[in-house]
Design a protein around this ligand. Structure first.
Ligand SMILES: NC(=O)C1=CN([C@@H]2O[C@H](COP(=O)(O)OP(=O)(O)OC[C@H]3O[C@@H](n4cnc5c(N)ncnc54)[C@H](OP(=O)(O)O)[C@@H]3O)[C@@H](O)[C@H]2O)[C@@H](O)CC1
Ligand SMILES: Nc1ncnc2c1ncn2[C@@H]1O[C@H](COP(=O)(O)OP(=O)(O)O)[C@@H](O)[C@H]1O
Ligand SMILES: [K+]
Length: 499
C-alpha cells in the first residue's frame, strides 16, 4: 500500500524528526531528492534553462536549494521570487552556485524545466496573485513542470482545487504521500508522483488514505478443498420489466468474479435474458406476491447484491428491504440506492452493508450537493460512511472506499472510458462475488474497484504496447477483460496444478 498523510500529521512527524537532526538537514534531504529527480529531465545538463517559481515559505526554500544543485552542474537557473519574502539561505545558495534572480516572467515561456516551489503543504485556498498568473503562464509553456511536494494550488490534505493550480508532469513529494496527490481533482494536477524518503517514516502515525499496489489485491482463490458452496453463493436481485440489461451485466460481473454460484431473482423478462447469456446462474422468477419472501425463494446464499435496474417503486423498495432484512453482507447499488435515500431506516442492521453510489446517488443519499461531492470527494465519502453506517464506495474519477475507523482506500486503476452506461452494474456483481466468498467488505470493495478498473484499461488498449491507441468500450467489454485482469495479480501468472 502507498500511505498518505494529511498535513497536520506530516507537520507533527516533521517536528519530531527535526528536533533529532542538525538544523537544515531535513530541507537538504528534500532538496537533494528534488534535484536528483530534476537533473535528467532537460535535454542537456549543460546550459539547460531551468526556471524556479519561488514562494515565501519552505517550499520555496527546497526549490532554491535544488536549483543551486542544478546550477552547480551547469544548468542556467533563474528564480522568480513571487512571495512577500524569500528563504534566505536558499537564495544565498542559489546565488553562490551561479543562479540568477529575475523579474521577467517571460523566462517561463522558453524554459526547458520549471520547478514549482510556490506553495507546498502550507497552501490554503485558491492561489493568489501573482501565483495564479505564474501557474497559468507555466501551463502555456512547453517546459517540463516538476512540482515540489505538491502542485501549488492543490490542497495537500483533500485534493481540492479552488481556481488555478500548477499542472505538473512530475510531483516530487517528501516523507509520505499526501492524500491530495491521489484524489481528484488534485490527482489530475500531480502527474507522476515520486516519493523522497527523508527519514519521516518511523515517526508517522496511521495513514489517512492508502492506495493499494497489485500485491495488496487478493481476491479469493479456490483451494483443493473448495466446492461451489464454499467458494460463496451470491444472491443477485436485479432488473425489472423495464430494465433488463443491468441484470445481465451484474450477473456477468459476479460470474467472472469467481462466485461459486450466482442465484438470480427477478421478473420473467430479466430472468430469461440472464439465463440466455449466463446459463450457469440459478434463477428464480419472482411473481407479484413473492417479493417479501425473496430470501427463502432464492435459497441459501452468503451475500446479496440488490439494486441494478430494479426501478424505484414500492416493489423495488420491498426487494431492498428483504435483502437488508437478512443477517448477511448486502451490497446496494443503483436504483437500490435511490430507494434507500427515502428509506434510510433500512440501514439499521448489524451485518455489513456496502453502498456503491456515484456522486449523484450519494448526493441524494446524504442530502448534499453533487458538485460539492465531486470537489471534496474524501470529505464526503468519509461523512457518508459514518452517517450511513456502511462501507461506501464512491465511484467516478478516482474511486474511493471508506469504512469508519479505517484509512480511505483510493483506487489506482480505472480510466475515464469507464464513464459509460452499465459499467457500474458489472462492478456491483464483481464486488458481490467477493463479499459472498467471505472477504471483509472493505477488501471486497477495494478489490472490486481495482480489478474493474484494470479490466477496463485492458479493454481500452488490449495490447498493452507503448503508444497504443485507445478505443471506446462497452460495459460488456469490461466483463470480457476481467479474466486477464485477475491473471495479472501476483501469483496468478504460473499454473502449478496437476501434472
Ligand atoms: N513537512 C516536511 O516534512 C518537510 C517540509 N518541507 C517543505 O516545506 C514545505 C512547507 O513549508 P511552509 O510550512 O513554509 O509552507 P509553504 O507550503 O511553503 O507555504 C507557505 C506560504 O505560502 C503562502 N500561501 C499559502 N497559501 C497561498 C495561496 N493560496 N496563495 C498564495 N500564497 C499562499 C503563505 O502565505 P500566507 O497565507 O501565510 O500569507 C506562506 O507564506 C513543504 O511543502 C515542503 O516543501 C521540506 O523542506 C522538509 C520536509
Ligand atoms: N471520469 C471518470 N474517470 C474514471 N472512471 C469513471 C469516470 N466516470 C465514471 N467512472 C466509472 O465508471 C463506472 C460508472 O458506474 P455508474 O455511474 O454506476 O454507471 P451505470 O449505473 O450506468 O452502470 C464506475 O465504475 C465509475 O467509477
Ligand atoms: K509546490
Amino acid at each position: 500500500m502507498r500511505h498518505a498523510h494529511e498535513v497536520g500529521k506530516v507537520r507533527e512527524a516533521e517536528q519530531a524528526l527535526m528536533a533529532a537532526l542538525p538544523e537544515g538537514e531535513l530541507m537538504r534531504r528534500a532538496a537533494r531528492g528534488l534535484a536528483a529527480v530534476c537533473a535528467p529531465i532537460p535535454p542537456r545538463a549543460y546550459g539547460s534553462r531551468v526556471v524556479l517559481l519561488v514562494g515565501s515559505g519552505d517550499n520555496g526554500g527546497d526549490t532554491l536549494f535544488a536549483g543551486a544543485w542544478l546550477a552547480r552542474r551547469g544548468a542556467g537557473v533563474e528564480a522568480i521570487l513571487a512571495g512577500s519574502k524569500t528563504h534566505e539561505q536558499g537564495l544565498r545558495a542559489l546565488r553562490a552556485a551561479g543562479g540568477r534572480v529575475t523579474a521577467d516572467e517571460a523566462v517561463i515561456d522558453a524554459a526547458d524545466l520549471v520547478i514549482d516551489g510556490l506553495v507546498g503543504i502550507g497552501g490554503h485556498g485558491g492561489l493568489r496573485e501573482p501565483y495564479a498568473r505564474l501557474a497559468e503562464r507555466t501551463a502555456a509553456s512547453a517546459a517540463v513542470v516538476v512540482a515540489c511536494d505538491v502542485p501549488s494550488g492543490v490542497d495537500a490534505s483533500t485534493g481540492e482545487v479552488e481556481g488555478v493550480a500548477i499542472t505538473a508532469d512530475v510531483t516530487v513529494t517528501f516523507g509520505t504521500y499526501k492524500p491530495g496527490l491521489f484524489v481528484d481533482p488534485g490527482a489530475r494536477y500531480a502527474g507522476v508522483v515520486e516519493l523522497i524518503d527523508i527519514g519521516l517514516g518511523p515517526r508517522l502515525p496511521e495513514p489517512d488514505v492508502v492506495a493499494p499496489h497489485s500485491e495488496d489485491i487478493r481476491p479469493p482463490r479456490p483451494s483443493p478443498e473448495s466446492d461451489k458452496y464454499r467458494r460463496g453463493v451470491l444472491g443477485l436481485i436485479a432488473g425489472s420489466e423495464q430494465f433488463t440489461g443491468a441484470a445481465v451485466l451484474a450477473a456477468g460481473g459476479a460470474v467472472r468474479g469467481g462466485a461459486g454460484m450466482v442465484r438470480f431473482a427477478s421478473v420473467r423478462p430479466a430472468v430469461d435474458l440472464v439465463r440466455q447469456r449466463w446459463p450457469e446462474t440459478v434463477t428464480t422468477v419472482l411473481e407479484a406476491g413473492d417479493v417479501a419472501d425473496v430470501g427463502s425463494l432464492v435459497g441459501r446464499v452468503q451475500a446479496w447484491v440488490v439494486g441494478p435496474g430494479i426501478g424505484t417503486d414500492e416493489r423495488a423498495e420491498a426487494l431492498v428491504a428483504a435483502a437488508l432484512g437478512s443477517d448477511l453482507p448486502v451490497l446496494v447499488d443503483a436504483d437500490g440506492l435511490t430507494v434507500l435515500a427515502r428509506r434510510r431506516d433500512l440501514l439499521r442492521r448489524t451485518a455489513p452493508t456496502v453502498l456503491t453510489p456515484h456522486a449523484g446517488e450519494l448526493a441524494r443519499l446524504i442530502g448534499a450537493d453533487r458538485e460539492a461531492i465531486e470537489a471534496r470527494r474524501l470529505e464526503h465519502v468519509r461523512e457518508a460512511a459514518a452517517e450511513l453506517s456502511a462501507i461506501v464506495l464512491l465511484k467516478g474519477s478516482t474511486t474511493l472506499v471508506a469504512q469508519t475507523g479505517r484509512p480511505v482506500h483510493v483506487n489506482p486503476t480505472g480510466t475515464p472510458w469507464l464513464a459509460t452506461a452499465g459499467t457500474g452494474d458489472v462492478l456491483s456483481g464483481l464486488t458481490g462475488a467477493f463479499l459472498a466468498s467471505g472477504m471483509p467488505p472493505l477488501d471486497a470493495a477495494t478489490a472490486g474497484a481495482y480489478l474493474h478498473g484494470l479490466a477496463a484499461r485492458f479493454a481500452v488498449a488490449p495490447h498493452d504496447r507503448p503508444g497504443e491507441g485507445q478505443a471506446p468500450i462497452s460495459a460488456y467489454d469490461v466483463i470480457t477483460a476481467l479474466p486477464r485482469a485477475f491473471r495479472t495479480l501476483s501469483g496468478d501468472t504460473t499454473w502449478a496444478g496437476p501434472g
